[in-house]
Write a protein that binds this ligand. Structure first.
Ligand SMILES: Nc1ncnc2c1ncn2[C@@H]1O[C@H](COP(=O)(O)OP(=O)(O)OP(=O)(O)O)[C@@H](O)[C@H]1O
Ligand SMILES: [Mg+2]
Length: 249
């Protein structure tokens, strides 16, 4: 491993400490407040949001370290129900734009409810019940990271809606994410997977990102033995499809 990469990873790694302290303090504050009824419901809800977001910050830190670990060939495979891979990235994304929805998703493990919640945000999910509750073995941290990045791009770049197709065959988990945004010209379809590459954008997003999401996602997908494809035309939206080979159960 190159020396400068270790330095950056160490810095990122050291972020874990302060975030863990924030998390533990808020957690104990909430518990005390609930026991002593010393705060209003609204205050507790605000603190819960702080807590959830410090958890997200922690998972982002872990994600950065995950790409490093993936480069070194380290995997953590475990058996989880398919929806556990899928729902968490939505919680992370909605927590920042609509915490009530995040909470709703957090407390539901039911496909019909989940579909309905997403529909109210113009996200259409096509997935069947069998796939939803089937147990599969994959590196959950890596899968969630890939999905979260594709999803956050789709949310960021869509005009109106997103269509998700999630399915399982005997050998693979297949996730396809389609948005109706301005799409990506053919000449840039390779480049967007490179680190730090971003297309010029006339739109005003306050958080423009770093051009790292797709590069990281691609590294993880390939290290898991899968593949990611992109179909897009300028002005006609983009569709990213990820195929991940399942481990034997
Ligand atoms: N669904 C999409 N529709 C249109 N353009 C996209 C889409 N997804 C990615 N892009 C283009 O590819 C570039 C790279 O995407 P990537 O996710 O790597 O970076 P980012 O979203 O800009 O920042 P980050 O993910 O680091 O927060 C984006 O800046 C954008 O120009
Ligand atoms: Mg991105």
């Amino acid at each position: 491993m190159k020396k400068d990469r270790i330095k950056t990873e160490l810095l990122v790694h050291d972020l874990k400490n302060p975030i863990a302290v924030i998390e533990a303090s808020i957690d104990s504050l909430i518990r005390n407040a609930q026991r002593e009824s010393s705060l209003t419901d609204r205050q507790i809800r605000a603190l819960s949001r702080v807590l959830r977001n410090s958890k997200i910050a922690m998972s982002l830190v872990n994600d950065i370290l995950e790409v490093g670990r993936s480069n070194e060939g380290i995997f953590n495979k475990d058996k989880f129900k398919c929806y556990e891979y899928i729902t968490f990235p939505f919680i992370e994304i909605f927590d920042l734009i609509d915490p009530e929805t995040a909470e709703k998703i957090n407390y539901s493990d039911n496909l019909a409810d989940f579909v309905k919640t997403l529909e109210s945000h113009n996200i259409r999910l096509n997935m069947d019940e069998t796939a939803w509750s089937k147990e599969i073995v994959l590196d959950i941290r890596k899968v969630r990271q890939v999905f979260r990045n594709l999803l956050s791009n789709a949310v960021k770049y869509r005009k109106k809606e997103i269509v998700l197709d999630i399915s399982l065959d005997d050998m693979n988990l297949i996730i396809s994410i389609m948005d109706d945004g301005k799409g990506i010209e053919k000449e840039y379809q390779r480049k967007i997977f490179e680190k730090y590459f971003q297309l010029g954008d006339e739109r005003n997003f306050c958080v423009r990102g770093h051009g790292l999401g797709l590069a990281g996602a691609l590294v993880l997908v390939e290290d898991m033995g899968g593949e990611m494809t992109l179909e897009s035309d300028k002005g006609k939206g983009a569709r990213f499809t990820v195929r991940l080979p399942l481990d034997e159960q």
